[in-house]
Design a protein around this ligand. Structure first.
Ligand SMILES: [Zn+2]
Length: 101
């Protein structure tokens, strides 16, 4: 029975070695949205996300942002030009000048 436990431990350690750290998992999740990951990377990432709730949550968030951007491109393409009113410009200039003195 001892040999069976040893095989299980070795197998488990092998699977855990595939799992990247959180920093790498974040990068891989972003990359996975753009391209297919090699199987070993994909499997390691799946294992990591299975065990790490923070990276799992990050993955859900970036997929939601991507989905929203793709389904509503008109909402984010048309941006309102940001312009200050002349009064606001004068207030800022006056404040900057008073800080320089
Ligand atoms: Zn993580």
């Amino acid at each position: 029975m001892n040999w069976l436990t040893q095989i299980a431990k070795t197998l488990l350690q092998g699977l855990l070695d595939l799992s990247p750290n959180c920093k790498t998992a974040v990068r891989l999740q972003s990359a996975a949205l753009e391209r297919k990951l090699p199987f070993r990377r994909w499997l390691g990432l799946r294992l990591h996300v299975l065990l790490c709730k923070w990276c799992r949550r990050y993955g859900q968030q970036i997929r939601l942002i991507r989905h929203t951007a793709q389904t509503h491109p008109d909402k984010w393409v048309k941006t309102v030009p940001q312009q200050l009113s002349p009064a606001a410009r004068q207030r800022i200039q006056a404040k900057l000048r008073s800080n320089q003195e």
